[in-house]
Design a protein around this ligand. Structure first.
Ligand code: NAD
Ligand code: FE2
Length: 360
């Protein structure tokens, strides 16, 4: 039996943040990325809501830590809001999700993503970092009730951020499509997200503003797919390496995804081939289509000026090899491994590390 549900109402379109006014909030607590606190957007949106009391919490960093969540939880419990708004990328949203979860407060929880990447606005995940290790927390109760996808917040996105987060969308969609929990409904979401990202990401990167709203919707669709279907080895490795190397999550996915296709293609070649053809990477034989899919992603990565290896991303190969045992252990313990279409073994992780480490 296939089960699909989402608990999130999705409001999408330029200017859709105005919906905050309709919530009737009296006390609004916002977890905002520091960028939006500094440029005044957080304050503007809090005021737009018409709430009598507002507070903004922005003591968060990319890859939020358990300590930051603990501090946010104490602060929100003192404030006692009826509405919590998360404004930012995956980091701000995950901190807010965990904060709402641990505080136990009965609030209306609204997520306003400002990157087109994590899909966190519609997922049951919150990724928290502790002692250099990223831990995905998974529970239906983490999912926001409302997601507002407003492309007008994306006008100032730096190119590197568009590239990094865009590859996160591609990785979510492709991993969900072949994941152990995939079904017809998650496949439809994953395929639409992947195909949209393949065409719109280069346009968004070169500054086509209309493409940003489309990428925003693709990110959400990919999130809706993977929160039910699961992810895979690319994300398990990206979590393990991200905690150790502090490279952007999407950039690590860009480095890892083509190598993971090679590892999984024995088991899910036919499905990869369907996705390849849908996205315009032609090839009549499945083997050719999968090769074109891998090469197409490598070409797109280059077009977006993303590194092809960890060495190109500035990591000394020795740093990876010194910690290879610890990395493999973290990968195998990551919940994303369980939904990879092939059972992950230590040797696969080391082979991928060899492929992606590169030379200095
Ligand atoms: N919960 C989930 O389902 C899920 C899924 C995938 C990834 N994640 C997590 O999300 C995090 C990554 O999130 P992300 O890729 O969205 O990046 P992020 O939230 O870490 O933000 C990255 C940087 O972008 C800046 N930024 C954000 N929006 C901006 C904008 N509109 N204009 C200018 N600058 C802006 C921020 O200030 C920050 O410096 C990682 O911790 C990852 O593990 C969570
Ligand atoms: Fe991701």
């Amino acid at each position: 039996m296939e089960e699909y549900f989402t608990n999130t109402k999705i409001l999408s379109g330029p200017g859709s943040v105005k919906a905050l006014r309709e919530l009737g909030s009296k006390a609004l607590f916002m977890v905002a990325d520091p960028y939006f606190e500094k440029n005044g957007t957080a304050r503007r949106l809090a005021e737009l809501s018409g709430a009598e009391r507002t507070q903004i919490f922005s003591q968060i960093t990319p890859d939020p830590t358990l300590e930051q969540v603990a501090q946010a939880t104490v602060t929100v419990q003192e404030f006692k809001p009826d509405t919590v708004v998360a404004l930012g990328g995956g980091s701000a949203m995950d901190c807010a999700k965990a904060m709402v979860y641990f505080s136990g407060l009965p609030v209306t929880f609204v997520a306003i993503p400002t990157t087109s990447g994590s899909g966190s606005e519609v997922t049951d995940f919150a990724v928290l970092t502790q002692g250099g290790v990223k831990h995905p927390l998974v529970d239906e109760k983490l999912c926001p009730q409302i997601a507002i996808l407003d492309g007008e917040l994306l006008g100032q996105l730096p190119k590197t951020l568009i590239a990094d987060t865009g590859f996160d969308v591609l990785a979510h969609a492709l991993e969900a499509y072949v994941a152990a929990g995939a079904g017809a409904i998650t496949d439809a979401l994953a395929k639409e997200a992947f195909c949209t990202a393949v065409t719109q990401l280069p346009l968004s990167y070169t500054g086509v503003i209309a493409a940003r709203q489309k990428m925003h919707e693709a990110a959400t669709m990919a999130g809706m797919a993977f929160t039910r279907a699961g992810l895979g080895l690319c994300h398990a490795m990206s979590h393990a390496l991200g905690g150790l190397l502090h490279l952007p999550h999407g950039r690590l996915n860009a480095i890892l995804l083509p190598a993971v296709i090679g590892t999984n293609s024995g088991a899910v070649q036919a499905k990869y081939a369907v996705m390849a053809r849908s996205a315009g990477f032609a090839g009549s034989a499945d083997t050719v289509a999968v090769r074109n899919l891998k090469n197409g992603l490598i070409r797109l990565r280059k077009e977006l000026q993303l590194p092809a290896t960890l060495a190109e991303a500035g990591v000394q190969p020795g740093k990876v090899w010194q910690s290879a045992g610890k990395i493999a252990e973290a990968v195998l313990a990551d919940p994303c491994c369980k939904s990879n279409p092939v059972q992950v073994e230590d040797y696969m992780i080391r082979r991928i590390l060899e492929e992606v480490t590169g030379r200095v």
